[in-house]
Design a binder for this molecule. Structure first.
Ligand code: NI
Length: 156
């Protein structure tokens, strides 16, 4: 649902605007400076919404670990059982002789999802991992008109 557009003027230092134009050109958005700024505002609002512990989010937790580490798979399983309502689905891939890749689809309050990810990714033996949260439609509706690929990431 499109709403009426409001025009407003913004004062920006020239070097900052030049940098912004270069950024939008790299992303192929240079033709429409307004759309580029609208995208940035939406992205920021969604990120702000997702940072609230009560916000309902969906996302994925991806991690790589060695299956030789003693008891590690069991520990990761136990943690997931503590958040049974939050883990929607799980995929396990035997990557190579040593490593396993696990991706969990998660859904729930942002606070619980971050806690689950922190516990899993902080478990000794997990080599690399990442939580990616995306806004649900209800989160989007607060500040935005359409869904983009706006994500909120935690690198480890
Ligand atoms: Ni495996």
């Amino acid at each position: 649902m499109a709403s009426d557009l409001v025009r407003f003027s913004v004062a920006v230092p020239e070097p900052l605007l030049e940098e912004f134009d270069a950024y939008t050109a790299r992303r192929g958005l240079a033709a429409n400076r307004s759309e580029a700024i609208r995208d940035l505002i939406r992205e920021h609002l969604v990120e702000d919404d997702l940072s609230s512990p009560e916000a309902e989010v969906v996302g994925s937790i991806t991690m790589v670990y060695s299956h030789h580490a003693s008891g590690l798979a069991e520990r990761l399983g136990e943690i997931q059982h503590d958040y049974i309502g939050c883990v929607v689905s799980m995929m396990h891939v035997h990557l190579d002789h040593d490593n396993c890749l696990e991706t969990l689809a998660v859904r729930g309050p942002s606070g619980s999802i971050h806690e689950l990810a922190d516990r899993l990714l902080g478990t000794k033996g997990v080599r690399h991992g990442k939580l990616v949260c995306v806004a649900t439609e209800s989160t989007i509706a607060k500040g935005c008109e359409h869904v983009h690929s706006h994500t909120h990431q935690h690198e480890r």
